[in-house]
Write a protein of this length. Sequence first.
Length: 462
Amino acid sequence: MRVRGQTAMETRCTADAQFLMSAGAPRSADIHLFESDGGHHLFVANGSRLFDIKPGLYAELGAAIPAGRVDELLAGVGGAMPRLIDDRPLTPPQIHALSLAVAQKCNLGCTYCYAQQGEFGGLAKNMPLETANQAVDLLLSEVGDGGKASLAFLGGEPLVNRPVVQAATRRAAELAQRRGIALSLSITTNGTLLTATDAAFFETYRFAVTVSLDGPRETHDRLRPYQSGAGSFDRIMGNLRPLLSIQRHMQVSARVTVTPNNLELRRTLDDFIAAGFHSVGFSPMLSAPSGRGEMQPDDLVRMLDGMIDCGRAFEQRLVAGERYPFANMANAVREIHRGTHRPYPCGAGAGYLGVSADGELAACHRFVGDQEGTMGTLDGVDRDRRSRWLAERHVHRQAPCTECWARYLCGGGCHHEAIRRGRPACDYIRGWLQYCMTAYLRLSRQRPDWFGTAIGTNAQPS
């Protein structure tokens, strides 16, 4: 029997995802209560603190939510503390990261591309070396001697403009070394133009290389063909062999954009781990210029089901002492361990800006060519615009974020997606975080050493 395009077995499998989405629905902006096989638990939004609690307190807190007595009860059991995040927007910090759209053109014809085949709705163009050098100078001058800086190359397909990637890298590395700046370099590529020479170059300069792949051959070729319509998978995987075989100083990761047409996440993850990628991560397509490939509510339920399946495999492999580089899971449980709390989802418009081929500055790489995210030019950063952006995008200014317990873990979600489409993935995000918190509790018992620092006691309010 088919149910909305799913088999009966698939429908049963999504029950866990639907349960987690329902269980993660916000009842309070300040706390979240949940149960696991390890007992009863309390998550406090302020400070992203996670506690094991006794059943009696669990029931008391549940009753306190509709009565508006959460703060009073937390104070009574020692769980209250001063607010760590207030309404003040971040003061624009020094720029410490830039991404350069060195090639606003691409040789693929991906069906859902947010960059509109790399051209961002304009004319195809390459970034001149003079512009790339000017961006490098801006970045290193902002960071200052002895600081840390990140320089990324994106497109379109950045290797269409390989000479500028290489020249800008060499110059940035030389200047950074001279000034004692710790420079990290990265590139996001579709992989179709990679060569063995590129592999040696990226290894020399310790690049983080991210390759866009959307699944096994038949799936990838359907979603990410050449503009001629021909498949690209075999060419990419052949090109990647020299990179995957080195990976001593560079790291090669696979990034999978998830659409309604490539929801076989576990098979994709296992295939790419077996191929030798340093890590594999999934990201749902929530906003596309044409609307094609955007995830709908039913798709997000199925994606969460696939993420949970991958997460359970991660838990099993980790407990068994095996490496299983599922990036989404590793990042989530580490952030829960650290107690990550933030008023923004990322550094866009703050310490991180995107640079167009023409030298225009944007809040991030997704806002290249978009007036919503303009931040000046390389000739002059618009600092007033950055200040307004950071005030407008603070999580306390976003609805329905102010009523959500997960707001400081999430930060309000991708700015570009929220502006263009709203927040269609909130239930998915909370469901995923709910699963990751239960996984964290299990892993903190079974593999505390994996986190690198001592597992906090999460002192139990009583």
